[in-house]
Design a binder for this molecule. Structure first.
Ligand SMILES: Cc1cc2nc3c(=O)[nH]c(=O)nc-3n(C[C@H](O)[C@H](O)[C@H](O)COP(=O)(O)OP(=O)(O)OC[C@H]3O[C@@H](n4cnc5c(N)ncnc54)[C@H](O)[C@@H]3O)c2cc1C
Length: 411
């Protein structure tokens, strides 16, 4: 029997609608984002229009007011949204909010869902995630921030966080802290919902990064914050998922975030390749179109191969998710591949644009400096490869072949 690559008609239909939405509404609206006020208005208008058309919270179950898309349809939708910086925002499926919405749906109490989840689902509030500290990142179990119980009704948190994305535009922070230093390593930490602004959660600065300082970046705000946590009082009812469960919930959150970045990368890389080919098919050097050089054709062939592999990986992972199969190995492999893929394709597109690619007159330079972070966030390349490699060895030891850890179940 042949492998069936047909996308179910309803998933195809929703992808078409979102593709059109991004092309007809989001991309033209990008040009209107010329000031902070204009950005707020553009986004509000886009969101009202998207929501009226039922394009809202794609993966959120219908009973929570979302579109209830399964992993495959959601992956197809996200692969379209990444083409515009307004895409995910317009449908209220932007990071880091999206993964936290998942966590709240899975682990939130009725009180927490009413008070914190509802405004997030309505796009009225934003939420950030504060796990990483200067003291610990790749190995998050090194976190030093402490949460100590005061009576029965309050926790008091002290410590520091850094690289909390979007903290300066967030209304709520999800903060991880150590509640029990004597518990086993992965059960020492808990997660708290913190209302912002809050005197106990002080944003020291938005950290200057290598991401290009652009007008749009300034307008949209929400950099990556360094945070001082000092005598931060959190009501016990804001403890999410019970004491000691912070780490498990964090991992659940990161698993989706990893894939979402990768899905958006496909759209960005596709747009970069389109821009490159548009340029080289017009530009002439030494009496010939740049596109007619074989060396250049090889460069774009390499980009096409990378995009093809990326799409296949994501579709295979979506298939496994639909079937409820274990996809951890594929997720780790794809996370690393997709981050490097987008880097390679955007880099090639810059090269083929010459000085224009290095300028800010195309989006390529901005993308290039932004996407470098993807090899670090949600676990650096090396940590994923470390796990992947160990799984390959384990597979060999168990089955006498590494195939099951190298996509072998496709065959
Ligand atoms: C743009 C951006 C946004 C971010 N957003 C958030 C956010 O919203 N919330 C949040 O909590 N965090 C966030 N982070 C932090 C991010 O999750 C961490 O940077 C990441 O986990 C790596 O931790 P670290 O920077 O402390 O690196 P370290 O832990 O210091 O590691 C440094 C390097 O050592 C190597 N390394 C580490 N461990 C191993 C190993 N086992 N084997 C081989 N090599 C290894 C890797 O090359 C790694 O890059 C963000 C980071 C960036 C850059």
């Amino acid at each position: 029997m042949a492998i069936d690559f047909d996308i179910p008609p309803e998933a195809k239909a929703i992808r078409e609608r979102v593709r059109q939405w991004v092309h007809d509404e989001c991309k033209p609206a990008e040009k209107k984002v010329t000031s902070k006020e204009a950005y707020k208005q553009v986004l509000a208008d886009l969101r009202a229009k998207a929501r009226a058309q039922g394009l809202w919270n794609p993966f959120v179950p219908k009973e929570y007011g979302g579109m209830g898309l399964g992993p495959l349809a959601n992956a197809l939708v996200q692969m379209e949204l990444g083409e515009s910086f307004l895409g995910a925002l317009s449908m209220n499926t932007q990071g880091p909010d999206d993964a936290t919405i998942m966590t709240l749906i899975a682990h939130g109490s009725e009180f927490q869902k009413e008070k914190y989840l509802k405004p997030l689902l309505n796009g009225e509030k934003r939420i950030c995630y504060s796990m990483t500290e200067k003291a610990s990142g790749a190995d998050a179990t090194g976190m030093q921030t402490r949460a100590e119980k005061k009576g029965n009704s309050t926790y008091v948190l002290n410590g520091e966080k850094w690289f909390s994305s979007a903290a300066s535009v967030a209304d709520i922070a999800l903060v991880m802290a150590k509640t029990n230093p004597d518990a086993p390593r992965h059960q020492q930490f808990s997660t708290f919902l913190v209302e912002l602004p809050n005197p106990g959660y002080r944003i020291v600065r938005d950290i200057e990064t290598m991401a290009a300082h652009t007008e749009i970046g300034d307008i949209m705000g929400g950099g990556h914050s360094e945070v001082r946590i000092e005598n931060l009082e959190v009501p016990a009812e804001n403890l999410l998922g019970g004491e000691g469960n912070g780490f498990n919930m964090g991992q659940h959150r990161l698993a989706y975030g990893r894939l979402r970045h990768g899905m958006h990368n496909v759209a960005m890389a596709q747009r970069a390749l389109d821009l490159a080919v548009e340029y080289i098919t017009k530009r002439e050097t030494f009496g010939k179109k740049v596109a007619d050089r074989q060396g250049v054709q090889w460069m774009i062939a390499e980009c096409a191969s990378q995009l093809y592999i990326a799409r296949l990986m994501l579709m295979h992972i979506a298939y496994k998710a639909e079937k409820g199969l274990d996809l951890r190995q594929e997720n780790g492999i794809a996370k690393v591949f997709l981050a490097n893929m987008v880097h390679k394709v955007v880099d090639t597109a810059i090269q083929l644009h010459g000085a224009l690619g290095y300028s800010m007159d195309t989006p390529l330079a901005r993308w290039y400096t932004g996407i470098r972070a993807q090899r670090l966030v949600d676990g650096p390349d090396e940590v994923h490869k470390w796990t992947t490699g160990r799984n390959v060895i384990k597979a060999f030891q168990k089955y006498g072949t590494t195939a099951s850890a190298a996509g072998g179940d496709l065959l």
